[in-house]
Design a protein around this ligand. Structure first.
Ligand code: PAF
Length: 281
């Protein structure tokens, strides 16, 4: 496993492999790796000849300076976790490598970047699109692996690849959960033991809502989920919406044909967690 810091090093390493018609799998991350990330890496190493993982805490996708400052940075232990996984290259660029000058590009994905995370974290998806397009340009992968926990991000990246004709196959990977159900997230490591205990109510409530969806209307189910979580004084629901999985428009009736995804963001103290699940009715 080789660690590279510049795009030049990356190009030199990957060009010869491309010439040999090797397929390149790419797992972009912001580090603080957990089993969710490692599952993406495992799939990439299984499906492609060469796996590149990037670790870069991208400043342009943080709309909150405190969130950027507090985002966990654990490079040494990240590299330890990647070592046994047959990763070929870990790309760890410095900020001025990715942003030698400010990126002024503005992406317009319409509704899919205006709702939910887009509404509550203005500019977030523009920053994600900026860095992912730069990383795709640097790595030129055949396949790139993204977790379904960031369901809206996944939708936007598919759109980005389509709009910019990047020719990268986007591979969605299922959410990996802790044994008690909490969706794995780099932010979980910032939770205090009490917050961690309370945070399990998020996934618990989502799972329970699957059964309730058989008897409650969409609107009543949304109210129930929000009230159930908000009853816990440590938790505050920022939004819970049930949307279709293509345009991310709100579902009105369970009888609609679209796939229906319940997406939630919850504040646990100053830590913001997201999760989602699909209602199969
Ligand atoms: O999902 C993430 O960790 C980040 O948004 C990504 C895709 C690595 C871009 O910085």
């Amino acid at each position: 496993m080789q660690i590279l810091n510049s795009q030049l090093q990356l190009n030199t390493a990957l060009n010869s492999l491309r010439a040999l018609k090797k397929t390149i799998g790419f797992v972009p991350t912001m580090g603080a790796l957990h089993d969710g990330h490692l599952s993406l890496v495992a799939l990439s190493t299984k499906e492609t000849d060469v796996t590149v993982v990037s670790i870069f805490v991208n400043p342009t996708q943080f709309n909150d300076a405190n969130d950027l400052k507090n985002y966990p940075r654990t490079l040494e232990s990240d590299l330890e976790k990647l070592k046994p996984l047959n990763v070929d290259y870990v790309f760890v660029p410095y900020e001025n490598e990715m942003y030698p000058e400010p990126d002024t590009r503005v992406f317009d994905f319409g509704n899919i970047c205006e709702v939910m995370e887009g509404k509550h974290r203005p500019g977030h998806f523009n920053g994600v699109a900026q860095i992912v397009s730069k990383l795709f340009e640097a790595v030129k992968p055949n396949k790139a692996y993204f977790g379904e926990k960031d369901f809206q991000q996944l939708t936007i990246i598919k759109q980005l690849v389509n709009d910019l004709k990047l020719g990268v196959e986007i591979v969605p990977c299922p959410i990996v959960r802790e044994p008690d159900g909490l969706a794995m997230s780099s932010r979980n490591m910032r939770l205090t033991p009490i917050q961690r205990k309370n945070a399990v109510l998020i996934s618990q409530t989502l799972f329970e809502s699957i059964n309730l969806a058989k008897t409650l209307s969409v609107g009543s189910l949304i109210d129930w989920v929000i009230k159930t979580i908000d009853k816990n004084a440590e938790l505050e629901v920022e939004y819970f919406e049930i949307v279709d999985d293509i345009r991310l428009m709100p579902i009105q009736l369970w009888s609609e044909q679209n796939n229906k995804v319940g997406c939630i963001a919850v504040k646990v103290g100053d830590i913001r967690l997201i999760d989602n699940l699909t209602y199969k009715l």
